[in-house]
Design a protein around this ligand. Structure first.
Ligand SMILES: [Ca+2]
Length: 256
């Protein structure tokens, strides 16, 4: 069986009838394709269905694909109308740390208590802590509740609890689609790098805004450079559901 399929200038927005009768899926495809360009494909003998996909979504009919596309656009439109997300405590989310003092687990950074500490197990290089939001989200704001006891909040700028210098290697707050690992710099978007005492008066870290449309699954604090001890009380994050952009025209892929 030889089949001719059109692959360009298809606009499903112009085809509102998603319940079109499709006794023959090939005929359905033919009915929605243009006449401007064709590719020739050979279907296996006896094959009676074709798989259609676009933007990572697979469907067994054009109607399914169109329904999914409309669902995505509606969800994205609804999300755009939601109020700006506010900072949330992250109880229940999973936190991990480059190293952890047994008495101060990474989960102390997301237990809703700004006073108890997540604490690295001694100094490390590019020491990090991160929380896993479970899926990609749009992250708009990060609030790190630093340790402010015994002068040890200054560790977030340099290696020592007591800090005489005005500045140090400092730290970053950021968002990434991939987790921080080893002694590497964490990836993704750095929302802010802080290196100077004046930026954290009284050792208190201000709320940090991320660039518009910052998307990621992991939110992290990372101390830059070697010999760094991380200790802080809690992280709060403002985030919203993420909807992948919907292409203006679907990019069809056909397979048998
Ligand atoms: Ca805590």
């Amino acid at each position: 069986m030889t089949l001719l399929l059109g692959t360009t200038t298809v606009d499903p927005e112009l085809t509102d009838d998603v319940s079109m009768s499709t006794p023959d899926p090939f005929a359905s495809i033919m009915s929605i394709t243009s006449q401007t360009e064709y590719v020739q494909r050979d279907a296996p003998a006896g094959q009676t269905s074709v798989n259609i996909s676009f933007a990572g979504y697979s469907a067994t009919s054009y109607a399914d694909m169109l329904t999914e596309r409309k669902k995505r656009k509606a969800a994205a439109a609804a999300a755009a109308l939601l109020p700006k997300p506010s900072l949330k405590f992250l109880n229940g989310y999973t936190a991990t740390m480059q190293s952890s003092d047994p008495g101060y687990t990474p989960s102390n950074g997301v237990d809703g208590n700004v006073n108890n500490l997540a604490h690295s197990d001694g100094p490390g290089t590019n020491t990090w802590w991160q929380v896993d939001l479970g899926a990609e989200h749009v992250v708009s704001e990060i609030k790190l509740h630093n340790r402010i006891t015994h002068g040890c909040g200054w560790r977030i700028l340099n290696g020592a609890c007591k800090m005489d210098a005005e500045s140090g290697p400092g730290f970053t707050l950021g968002v990434s689609s991939t987790p921080c690992t080893g002694t590497n710099l964490c990836g993704g978007t750095v929302c802010r790098t802080i290196t100077h005492r004046s930026e954290i008066p009284g050792m208190k870290v201000p709320s940090v805004s991320c660039p518009a449309n910052t998307v990621g699954r992991f939110v992290y604090v990372q101390l830059l450079g070697p010999n760094r001890v991380l200790n802080f009380g809690e992280m709060q994050v403002a985030f919203a559901d993420y909807f992948a952009p919907v292409p203006e025209l679907p990019e069809f892929e056909f397979s048998w």
